[in-house]
Design a protein around this ligand. Structure first.
Ligand code: PLP
Length: 351
């Protein structure tokens, strides 16, 4: 067994809604607002697409997900040779780490960001530098100052999970201008479809200009397909060719590929999700205590509190399962009814 695995633990899901209901004696519906899923689900056209392919379950998928690759290539206007699919971004992050990192290599990222960058680096015996947050968000200057000859990957998350914060186009551009061009800078944009800020990076343009800027996108969040497991990276062709060598041949299932095709084709639905989410998000920031909330460009909000567990429990009692952190609680934005209840809890809670 790899020695470094002893310092990690398997992913800990929260208690199931059923277990929580029992433990807290909750009557009525409990809503899962702990994993930033899209409660509205995917476009109705997705179910139709899945039904149309139910007679193919005995066949392996086509390797490399060529249909959705072609569709994404058109959608983003990038060469299909620069796109690689995984069973969710989780698998993409694993594949990149596995392909790139060996003992003594270093990755640089932030504290309070997506845990899989760290987790996979440790599995590959690499060293991890996590730069402290600055003003609640990514400290790009701090990250830049940690990049050295041993650095093999830089992981950025924009907007960031769990803080919800983002860095701007000019900040990212200035960062890319100064990172040595042989070091891959991987920009995880799992929540990009929820963004409404005008100064958010045009990362597609930046990755045209900087050959070491790579993008991660997923169907799990705004597209509502977390259960299907499909996400992708856009990178330099040479990198994709190498990473593709370690990709399990049939990593993305047939139904997942067809679900993603249907979801991508229904951009009107995606727009309606973005608008609904932005409307509900605004409600939270109308709170008197909104200075206790991180600004958010996502479908979740990070609430600062010195009593995260008490707040988590208070939210549970109104039927909302959220996610607790050492210095706060992350709330996934739900339907209007849950949001109104959570806002009332926040109003009455001594944060
Ligand atoms: C949810 C999430 C992922 C994982 O997405 P999957 O495609 O479902 O594996 C990756 N990065 C961030 C920042 C996320 O929040």
């Amino acid at each position: 067994m790899k020695k470094q695995i002893e310092q990690l633990s398997a992913y800990q899901p929260g208690l199931s809604p059923r277990a929580l209901k029992e433990q807290y004696g909750i009557e009525g519906e409990l809503y899962k607002l702990a994993s930033n899923e899209n409660l509205y689900g995917p476009s109705p056209k997705v179910k139709e697409a899945i039904k149309n392919h139910l007679d193919e379950l005995q066949f392996y998928p086509e390797t490399g997900s060529p249909l959705i690759k072609e569709a994404i290539s058109k959608h983003l206007n990038v060469d299909p040779a620069r796109i690689l699919f995984g069973a969710g971004l989780d698998e993409v992050i694993l594949m990149i780490s596995r392909a790139v990192l060996t003992a003594g290599d270093k990755i640089v990222t932030s504290e309070m960001t997506f845990g899989q960058y760290y987790h996979n680096a440790i599995v590959e015996s690499a060293d991890v530098v996590q730069v402290p947050l600055k003003e609640g968000g990514f400290d790009l200057e701090g990250i830049l100052s940690e990049v050295d000859d041993n650095t093999k990957l830089v992981w950025l998350c924009n907007p960031n999970n769990p803080t919800g914060t983002y860095f701007t186009h000019n900040e990212l551009k200035s960062f890319l201008e100064r990172v040595p061009s042989h070091i891959p800078v991987i920009i995880d944009e799992a929540y990009v479809e929820f963004v409404t800020a005008e100064d958010f990076p045009n990362s597609l343009a930046l990755q045209e200009a900087f050959s070491n800027a790579f993008l991660l996108r997923t169907f799990s969040k705004a597209y509502g397909l977390a259960g299907m497991r499909i996400g992708y990276v856009v990178a330099a062709q040479e990198a994709i060719e190498k990473w593709n060598i370690i990709r399990p041949p049939f990593n993305v299932g047939r139904l997942s590929e067809h679900a993603a095709l249907a979801a991508l084709a229904d951009q009107d639905y995606l727009t309606s999700i973005r608008e609904k989410n932005a409307r509900e998000r605004t409600k939270f920031f109308n709170l008197v205590k909104s200075d206790r909330l991180n600004p958010s460009q996502t479908n979740f909000i990070f609430v600062h509190t010195s009593k995260p567990h008490e707040l988590y429990e208070a939210l549970l009692k109104v039927g909302c399962i959220t996610r607790e952190f050492p210095n706060g609680v992350r709330i996934t934005i739900g339907f209007p009814e849950q949001n109104d209840k959570m806002i009332e809890v926040l109003n009455n809670f001594n944060l």
